[in-house]
Write a protein that binds this ligand. Structure first.
Ligand code: AMP
Length: 206
């Protein structure tokens, strides 16, 4: 994860809702993110869903000829009655795994940067695990939240309250970067510096 100094294509992992959300701006932003990934020559690794924001990002990038890898647990594929195995042309390459932990581990291993779009419990869980791993020094990849229409204002306020109350260090609070539009993403990723306050631990045996 993020130790990619080879000529492997830079991969962005996107966490986002399996639902479309209630406003059209969420789906629009998900589609625009696919275009930004394409413009920068970046590939996408994601949760492999065909619905909601997940499906929109994947579809957008594949329609432009980009490289998409969806990783989905078998049980979730079965839940998707409409599309049993997503088509490569529409949603890119799909890897079916046994469980959620394997999915997250694979997504984390492949990714060089992480972006969270709006989403629900699933998105939050994925975001916070990867934030925690950054804080623990397991990886040093950029983590960006795309704050569409202030969706993440409450989360940013909580981080600030956690710093004020002494639960997150000031340095570690910079692990998550905020952008308000997809256009800010390339600069944010290219200028990324690991946040101060991360722990310097040795995870080489894991
Ligand atoms: P949420 O943010 O609650 O919509 O959750 C997004 C996450 O939910 C994904 O990363 C998956 O773990 C899971 N999920 C729910 N439905 C699906 C689906 N149809 N396809 C793939 N993942 C799904």
């Amino acid at each position: 994860m993020c130790d990619n100094k080879t000529d492997k294509q830079f991969a962005v992992c996107v966490f986002c809702g399996a639902s479309p959300g209630t406003g059209s701006q969420f789906m629009e932003t998900a589609k625009s993110l696919g275009a930004v990934l394409h413009e920068n020559g970046w590939s996408l690794v994601y949760g492999g869903g065909t619905e909601g924001l997940m499906g929109a990002v994947a579809c957008s990038l594949t329609s432009l000829g980009g490289n998409v890898h969806g990783i989905i647990p078998e049980a979730l594929i079965r839940r998707e009655q409409a599309v049993i195995v997503p088509s490569v042309e529409e949603f890119g390459r799909t890897t079916v795994v046994q469980d959620m932990h394997t999915r997250k581990a694979m997504m984390g291993k492949e990714a060089d940067a992480f972006i969270a779009l709006p989403g629900g419990f699933g998105t939050m869980e994925e975001l916070f695990e990867i934030v925690t791993w950054n804080q623990l020094g397991i990886h040093d990849c950029p983590i960006i939240i795309l704050n569409v229409n202030g969706y993440y204002d409450g989360l940013l306020e909580w981080i600030s309250a956690a710093v004020d109350n002494g639960f997150i260090s000031d340095g570690a609070s910079a692990i998550i970067s905020e952008v308000k539009s997809v256009d800010e993403i390339p600069d944010k990723i290219r200028s990324y510096k690991p946040a101060p306050g991360r722990l310097d631990l040795d995870w080489s045996n894991q």
